[in-house]
Design a protein around this ligand. Structure first.
Ligand code: ATP
Length: 234
């Protein structure tokens, strides 16, 4: 099935005991677009991310990929369907080399294509000598790229990125924004949960603002971020 599916969340509810972390969230992550979720600490962004990736199951509501209800599918099954993710806390295998880490992503993904490993290494500029170094001890910026390459190597249709700019310097953030925009232009559906509003402004087509478990504002990035910063958006 080569149709490009959207990932859609509808009326998601999730509680931690008495505390409501998601209070009826609707969200579309559409092909060819970068969708961003921003909001203060504790708003529920990470919880929403987990519900989309399959590491948490909502108490109510649905998650669909294309026409398929995946609400009850575990994370690894979603990965097979083409929903790849990165982690806020880096989660590379320290004793594996960069190339081996990326190969794991290719094997877990939607398509097991050996050429995809080389494509991913090239795209994230990991095809030099660094490819054969163990991941342990590499700088954060490099490890973020290893994670992205690993997610990309599986041929994802949806890429979920949890704070991809954390620990990156300005130049690295610019490169990241360019690569992610290229992936979206290629038809991938991207979701970014991010604190760095400059990256979101550079990158996102649509921004959703979450507060207290709800999406309170949505719209084009320029407009929403302009409002958030208290200035007139373009
Ligand atoms: P941050 O930007 O700090 O990561 P967030 O928007 O991602 O915040 P979540 O991590 O989704 O927010 O948390 C939403 C709320 O749920 C917070 O108030 C948090 O304290 C609470 N929470 C998160 N995980 C648990 C848990 N396992 N048990 C109880 N409460 C939790």
């Amino acid at each position: 099935d080569s149709r490009l599916p959207s990932l859609r969340a509808r009326r998601l509810h999730l509680r931690y005991g008495e505390f409501t972390a998601l209070d009826g969230v609707d969200l579309d992550v559409s092909p060819g677009r970068v969708t961003a979720v921003v909001g203060p600490n504790g708003a529920g962004k990470t919880t929403l991310f987990h519900c989309l990736a399959g590491t948490l199951r909502p108490d109510g509501g649905h998650v669909r990929l294309g026409g398929r209800d995946i609400t009850r599918l575990p994370a690894h099954a979603r990965t097979r369907l083409g929903i790849a993710r990165t982690f806020q806390q880096l989660a590379v295998f320290p004793s594996l080399t960069v190339a081996e880490n990326v190969r794991v992503g290719a094997e877990q993904g939607r398509i097991a294509d050996p050429a995809a490993v080389e494509r991913a290494l090239r795209l994230f500029e990991l095809d030099g000598p660094v490819r054969d170094l163990p991941a342990a001890g590499l700088p954060t910026g490099t490890l973020r790229r290893v994670e992205l390459a690993r997610a990309f190597a599986g041929g994802p249709r949806v890429l979920l990125l949890d704070e991809p700019a954390a620990g990156l310097d300005t130049a690295e953030v610019e490169v990241l924004a360019r690569v992610l925009r290229a992936l979206a232009a290629d038809g991938t559906a991207l979701l970014v949960v991010e604190h760095d509003l400059d990256l979101v402004a550079d990158l996102a087509d649509v921004v959703h603002v979450m507060t207290a478990g709800r999406i309170v504002t949505s719209g084009p990035a320029g407009h929403v971020l302009g409002t958030l910063r208290g200035t007139a958006g373009p």
